[in-house]
Design a protein around this ligand. Structure first.
Ligand code: MF3
Ligand code: CO
Length: 257
């Protein structure tokens, strides 16, 4: 089922979106060389609870993981790209970190992910990887609107990722979001312009391009969750929750400052 939010629900979605972004950006600012992934998880838990919000992850037990997730944020480092299960691991200089967070506040969920590098070493190929997912996300958002179709977003995302020289794994993509984190429609990271569901005002979408530097093949860790590149290459992921409005598209997961 595809959920269409009313004005009151959209107002609540804006608050959830801002909270998700603020938590992610606070965690990014605090993450340094030596920070343990379990500390990032603990900060996230504190910020979610202080805001009176609810984790979408801790009890989450989907078919693609060994549920429940049991943690509050996904922490994926270097070759890990999706669903990184926080574990006892300290960040090193030059590590590429992806934080992915979804929470629910007042009955409405929002979902966002950022990739960044910790420390002074900023490898150019890692920056390029992150840049490609950010550019693809921006292109996907620019292609969205009340008259666009789902395929317009997928095509825009896929064009940027392919254009940057990356291949795309079609197993995981974006999704509708609203009263729950994962809803229809699925938003593939590649597709055909002019095809698919026609977007409507009040629809919330999580658009989430992700790439691996030299492969489109994933491996799953023994933890039953963390997905890594099959070759050990670095990876990146950028995600926003957006709302389709009467006259365009609004990004909900932007920080308040
Ligand atoms: N937020 C992720 C997504 O972008 C889903 C993470 S599920 C978890 O869709 F259980 F791994 F946390
Ligand atoms: Co998502």
């Amino acid at each position: 089922m595809i959920e269409i939010l009313n004005a009151d629900e959209l107002a609540r979605a804006r608050r959830t979106g801002r909270l998700v972004a603020d938590i992610l950006h606070t965690a990014k600012a605090r993450a340094k060389v030596g920070t343990n992934l379990l500390e990032i998880d603990a900060w996230t838990r504190q910020m979610i609870e202080a805001a009176g919000a609810e984790s979408c992850y801790v009890d989450y037990a989907p078919s693609f993981g060994r549920g429940p997730f049991g943690h509050y944020i996904c922490t994926s480092v270097n070759d890990a790209v999706l669903h990184g299960l926080p574990h006892d691991h300290a960040l090193a200089d030059g590590d590429l970190v992806t934080l992915d967070l979804a929470v629910k506040l007042d009955g409405i969920a929002a979902d966002s992910a950022i990739s960044f590098i910790v420390g002074d070493t900023q490898p150019a190929d890692s920056l390029a990887l992150i840049g490609a997912t950010r550019d693809a996300l921006a292109a996907g958002i620019a292609a969205a609107g009340p008259r666009a179709r789902l395929g317009d977003i997928s095509h825009a995302v896929g064009t940027v990722l392919h254009g940057a020289g990356y291949s795309i794994n079609g197993d995981f993509g974006g999704h509708g979001i609203g009263s729950t984190m994962h809803q229809d429609p699925h938003v593939p990271n590649d597709g055909r312009r002019g095809r698919g569901y026609r977007l409507k005002p009040g629809l919330l979408l999580a658009i989430e391009p992700w790439v691996m530097a030299d492969t489109d093949e994933l491996l799953i860790d023994d933890d039953g969750w963390t997905l890594r590149s099959a070759t050990g290459c670095r990876t990146a992921h950028s995600e926003h929750t957006v709302a389709i409005t009467e006259d365009g598209v609004e990004i909900l997961t932007l920080p308040s400052t």
